[in-house]
Design a protein around this ligand. Structure first.
Ligand code: CA
Length: 411
């Protein structure tokens, strides 16, 4: 274990941090989040300064009056009229004097407010620069196992093989990857090491993103696995195609009653970007959620099942339509996925609190756009939590499947 806390990237130079994203060092995201409130504060300060400038002008005029009063008050006159005018002036002057006192007090209060605001802003500005995250390191590195050649040190199962015992953040480097990147590894007591590709938990992360964002990943990884994220298609591609060892993709889902189900797909692969990150798998290899990836007969049309299957589909985002539909599924649904025409399984869908939603809730297009697994719940029911994760297939055929399900208990 060690602390990595040297991430001082700014909005313009993410090069030092980029390889760790999506991570807690999403400095740009952080700045975006605070920019509106900081701008509002700055605007407020500007207005305050404007007010002070106006008040100062008023004060100058008053001082001018006061000055003339003082001079006048020394003038002597024998006429009664002059005495009356002098008396009147001295009253006005004393009024001006107290008004001036008020302005001065008000000004010093404003100056104090400004000082405090400036201190607050200074503290706020410092925050994005802080970035510490606990990253696990494998103890007993280099431990020889019979699997060493089959599983290069490139993903979470390898981390577990090398002695990694706790779930958390690890650096991995798939064979074709130019550099290492951070992943969340779910490691159970049976030595299974799952590499997590996607998490939905509470709807805190918007999945309506463009091609580049789906390619690079978005959201944040956290050591306690409490946040939502999409690891990124490029990383998923590199992870899933790095060796001849086949992987199982597990979809884990929790509904709003707390019921947990899963679906496993063997020989899961995601092709390179030139092929639009096409999804392929060989077969549905188990689970109690049903095989929604193979499409679903919704009863609208005889071709429903054929046109809602996902095996062999390219990835689509709102700005990149690779689907089998005349329109644009990803744009209509506001999310990225291996769209057909359009889907029976859609774990990147819109988050709906409480689960059930209607055509009206779905917005302009009115199509089902929630987090859907049609063989379990209706397409008008959006799931509460989801996980997509991969593991070498022999970890499950070796009796590890139940172990994996048990591990799911700590979500
Ligand atoms: Ca289309």
């Amino acid at each position: 274990m060690k602390q990595r806390s040297k991430c001082l990237a700014s909005l313009n130079s993410r090069s030092g941090c980029g390889i760790y994203c999506p991570t807690t060092c999403g400095v740009a995201d952080y700045l975006q989040k605070y920019k509106p409130s900081v701008e509002a504060d700055l605007k407020y300060m500007e207005n305050k300064l404007g007010e002070i400038a106006n008040l100062t002008k008023g004060a100058q005029d008053t001082i001018g009056h006061f000055g003339s009063c003082s001079t006048d008050s020394y003038l002597k006159s024998s006429s009664m009229l002059d005495d009356i005018i002098r008396f009147e002036k001295s009253i006005i002057c004393s009024l001006f004097s107290s008004a001036l006192q008020g302005i001065l007090e008000s000004n010093s209060k404003r100056m104090l407010d400004l000082k405090q605001m400036s201190i607050q802003l200074e503290q706020k500005c410092k925050e994005p620069c802080k970035d510490t995250v606990e990253i696990q390191e494998v103890k007993g590195k280099g431990k020889e196992t019979q699997n060493k050649n089959s599983f290069p040190s490139n993903y979470c199962q390898d981390v577990a093989n090398k002695g990694g015992k706790v779930s958390g953040l690890y650096f991995v480097k798939p064979q074709q990857a130019a550099e290492e990147f951070l992943v969340y590894c779910e490691i159970d007591n049976f030595g299974n090491g799952w590499t997590v590709l996607q998490r939905r938990r509470d709807g805190s992360l918007d999945f309506n993103k463009n091609w580049v964002q789906y390619k690079n990943g978005f959201g944040h990884l956290t050591p306690d696995d409490s946040t939502e994220f999409w690891l990124g298609l490029e990383k998923i591609h590199k992870l899933s195609t790095q060796s001849s060892i086949p992987y199982v993709l597990r979809m884990e889902m929790v509904d709003w009653s707390g019921v947990r189900k899963y679906a496993d797909y063997s020989m899961f692969r995601v092709s390179p970007e030139q092929d639009m990150y096409r999804l392929t798998y060989a077969y549905y290899s188990g689970g109690d959620a049903g095989d929604a990836f193979d499409g679903f007969d919704f009863g609208d049309d005889a071709s429903d099942k054929f046109y809602t299957s996902h095996n062999g589909m390219q990835f689509s985002t709102p700005d990149k339509d690779n689907d089998k539909y005349d329109g644009n599924c990803a744009q209509q649904d506001g999310s990225g996925w291996w769209m057909n025409r359009c889907h029976a399984a859609h774990l990147n869908g819109k988050y709906y609190q409480g689960g059930t939603y209607t055509e009206k809730d779905a917005g302009e297009s009115g199509y089902d756009n929630g987090i859907i697994w049609a063989t379990w719940h209706s397409r008008w029911y959006s799931l509460k939590e989801t996980t997509m994760k991969i593991i070498p297939i022999n970890r499950l055929t070796g009796g590890g499947q139940n172990a994996g399900v048990k591990q799911f208990g700590d979500i």
